[in-house]
Design a protein around this ligand. Structure first.
Ligand SMILES: Cc1cc2nc3c(=O)[nH]c(=O)nc-3n(C[C@H](O)[C@H](O)[C@H](O)COP(=O)(O)OP(=O)(O)OC[C@H]3O[C@@H](n4cnc5c(N)ncnc54)[C@H](O)[C@@H]3O)c2cc1C
Length: 402
């Protein structure tokens, strides 16, 4: 079933990509290949789905609109311990990661509290390098990766979907982010509630406390979320996100936030960010339906992000794997159609949605300042940052549904 050669294709018109070397690039003719799954998007949800499907023996292609998967990123890319230890991400080369073992939580007045849990850690990432490695892994597993190839639409062809120039497929997976083209094309609602985050990357800088994930609470710069800073393998990243209102959306004041905290972070006045990342983060929970007629949405496209922490990498990864497992179980073993199985295996984040509702309405700087060193606040913060996340095995979760 598996294609025999690893393949990454980049259209001739696309700008040179780091993958554009003789060893990894092969150009497909406009083909009518038959696939079991075509995945749109080569980020976390798409890579997880494509990799799991290929490892299950399915024929898989991936379309990614960027010609360099490490370019124009919107994510900070901090990976929680569970994702590092239980997913394929943990196999990335060591130079992609830097370990951060505790959290420093700052009040609006910049008083701070140290939080940690024995054995727990986060990994900050050289995210561009990680994304390029993921695409190499896809190619190594026989996935046909088409870079610089945006999804526009697909046509029905019997019981399959046909994408011109790519081929036909039994299943199409939209893992193309919070503003999913696949969802729009299929007329699915897609996420409507968002946080909006902006981040600066400063190459070569070192934080005074590099072992901490620095988190800043306060309505002035981050109503509904946080500001943050962390040491990465390549320097310092700092960012801020806020709850995006449907009417009159605001842009996070990243420069104002930087001016407020730079003395704590040791960012010199003349430091210039090497790059800026920005994007929407769904925070309203999964959006149903998640698909129909052989099309499924994964990760941010499906709203599968923690509504409180906005951590989407681990949940996108698990969701992508769940979809692949459901498709494989259906095609190989005649199990229920993935359109039925996947929604039942998708986390609803009910408690976190309730917390999000409370946070949106009741955030109070004075209360936070007053409670900073109190046992209830420490307990709640420990739970948010370090609680044991439930392990969701794609195959097991789907298999348990019948
Ligand atoms: C500023 C910011 C910081 C964040 N920090 C963290 C963090 O530290 N830790 C964490 O866990 N989560 C974080 N998140 C959330 C996390 O980044 C997302 O939840 C996660 O990236 C979702 O992965 P995904 O694969 O579903 O979508 P995305 O990462 O959005 O990937 C979508 C992919 O689809 C491609 N694509 C889009 N349209 C098309 C098209 N038409 N055709 C082909 N390809 C297309 C895109 O180029 C992209 O590669 C952050 C988000 C933001 C905005």
């Amino acid at each position: 079933m598996m294609p025999t050669r690893p393949a990454v294709s980049v259209p001739k018109s696309a700008s040179a990509s780091p993958l554009d070397s003789a060893s990894t690039v092969s150009r497909f003719p406009a083909s009518t290949a038959d696939y079991d799954v075509i995945v749109v998007g080569a980020s976390f949800a798409g890579a997880a789905c494509a990799l799991a499907a290929a490892r299950a023996g399915l024929r898989v292609a991936v379309l990614e609109r960027k010609s360099d998967p490490g370019a124009k990123l919107h994510t900070t890319g901090i990976v929680v311990k569970e994702a590092a230890e239980r997913t394929w991400l943990g196999r990335a080369p060591a130079h992609c990661f830097r370990r951060v073992e505790h959290v420093r939580l700052y009040s609006p007045a910049l008083r701070s509290l140290r939080l940690d849990a024995p054995g727990y850690y986060f990994l900050t990432t050289d995210t561009p390098a990680l994304m390029r490695w993921l695409v190499d892994e896809l190619a190594r597993h026989g996935v046909a990766v088409h870079l610089g190839t945006p999804f526009v639409q697909a046509m029905r062809d019997g019981d399959r979907w046909r994408i011109p120039g790519i081929g036909r497929t039994r299943y199409l997976v939209g893992a193309d982010g919070a503003r999913s083209r696949v969802a729009a094309w299929l007329g699915l609602p897609g996420p409507r509630d968002f946080l909006y985050g902006i981040e600066y990357e400063f190459d070569g800088l070192m934080l005074p406390e590099p072992g901490a994930l620095h988190c800043f609470v306060g309505k002035r710069f981050a109503p509904g979320y946080l500001g943050w800073a962390a040491q990465t393998p390549t320097g310092v990243q700092m960012g801020v996100a806020l709850r995006r209102r449907r009417r009159g959306p605001r842009t996070p004041d990243i420069d104002g936030f930087l001016a407020r905290v730079r003395h704590l972070l040791g960012v010199p006045d003349d430091a210039v960010p090497a790059s800026t990342r920005a994007g929407l983060i769904p925070c309203g929970g999964p959006v149903l339906p998640l698909g129909r007629d052989g099309v499924l949405l994964a990760g941010d496209a499906a709203g599968v992000v923690s509504p409180v922490t906005a951590g989407g990498i681990h949940s996108a990864w698990e969701h992508g794997e769940t979809i692949a497992a459901a498709i494989a179980a259906h095609l190989r073993d005649g199990r229920p159609a993935p359109e039925r199985a996947v929604p039942r295996a998708t986390p609803r984040f009910r408690a976190k949605r309730a917390l999000r509702w409370l946070f949106d309405r009741c955030q109070s700087d004075r209360l936070f300042e007053w409670m900073l060193y109190s046992p209830p606040l420490r307990w709640a913060a420990q739970r948010l940052y370090f609680h044991r996340r439930r392990q969701r095995q794609g195959g097991a979760a789907v298999g348990a549904l019948d």
